[in-house]
Design a protein around this ligand. Sequence first.
Ligand code: TXA
Ligand code: MG
Length: 340
Amino acid sequence: MKTKIFEINPKRIDLAKIKIAAEEIKKGNLVAFPTETVYGLGADAINEKAVAKIFQAKGRPFNDPLIAHIADIKELYRLSKQVPPVALKLAKAFWPGPLTLVLKKSELVSGIVTAGLDTVAVRMPADNIALSLIRESKTPIVAPSANLFGKTSPTTAQHVADDLDGKIEMIIDGGKTKVGVESTVLDITTRPVQVLRAGGISLEKLKEVIGQVKISKELEIGFRSPGMLKSHYSPQAKLILVEKKGDTQVEEIRRFASEYIAQGFKVGIMVKEENQNKYNGFEVKVIGKGTELEICATNLFSTLRSFDKEGFEIIIAEGLEEHDLGLAIMERLRKASTPK
Ligand code: TXA
Ligand code: MG
C-alpha cells in the first residue's frame, strides 16, 4: 500500500483535505492524524473490521484497549450508558484536552475496542485537525499512538512514517504536537477515581477539580520498582535511566557512559539544560530546563527518536523531578528503560 501524506496547516484548515481523510475513515481505512498529545492512528470506532486493522498495523496485542476520540460531548452518551456527574465536571474542566476518561461502555462499543472489558476510554482532543476529522467522519475515532507497538510515540508526521509507511492509507501532517506525552488515563468507575496512566493533565490539576485522586497499583509499583513494568515507549537503543539527584546523578552518568564507551558502544546522554556543560567529552542532547517540565515533555519522544536516527546504541537519561508533567515523563522513561 502506498501511504498518502497530506499536509494541513492547523491554523488554516483545508476542509477539502479533511473531507478526503474522512472518506478513508468512513471506508474503514486507517488515517494517522495529529492530536495535541501525540499522533494517533485513527479508525472508525464503530467498524470492527477497521478497528482490527489498527492492531495489525501496529503489531499491537488485542488485549490492549483503545481510546475513542469524540468531538462533541453528546457522543459520550452514545459510547457510555452511565455518565456520572464527575465525568461532566472533568469534561468541563479539561475537554477538549489531554484527559481520557474510563467509564462503563454502551452496547454500541465493540469488545475489540475495549479488549473485552465492560468499560470504554473516551477523550476529546484539543486539536483542530483532529476535531474536524472526527466531525467530518461522523463517527467517534479510535486512535492509539501511531507508532509500532512498544516503541516511542510519534510527535511528528515523519515519526509516524518511520514506523507505519506502507501499512496505512494516509498520514495527516499538522506539524509538531504540543504536549508531547499522551493523555492522562483516569478510571472514573471506581471511588476514589484512579489514574491508570500519568499524562498531559497533571495529578495536581486533577486534584484542584475533584479533590481526591488515587494512583493505580501499576503506576505505584512502577515508581517503587521500575523492573516490574512491561517495556514500552522504547527507543531502539538501550535506555538507562539514572534517577539520582544533583552531582551524584552527573557522576553516576559519567561513570556509566565511560564504561560503555570503553566497551566500544556509541553512547548518548539526555540531559537537563543546566547540566549540559557537566558532560564535556560526551555526546549530549538537551531535553529542556529541569524547571520547565512542560517543555521537557514536548521534547521527550523526539529526543529519544533522534538518538536512534543517529545510530546511538546506549542512551543514558537524567531523571527529572516528579511533579506536574515530570510524573508523566518519568513514567515513560521508566517503562522505556525496563530490561528487554
Ligand atoms: O494522548 C493519547 O491518549 C493518544 C492520542 C493519540 O490520543 N492515544 C494513546 O492511545 O495514547 P494508546 O492506545 O497508545 O494508549 C491508550 C491507553 C492504554 O494504556 C490503554 O491500556 C488505556 O489507554 N485504556 C484504553 N481503554 C481502557 C479501558 N477500558 N480501561 C483501562 N484502560 C484503558
Ligand atoms: Mg501508545
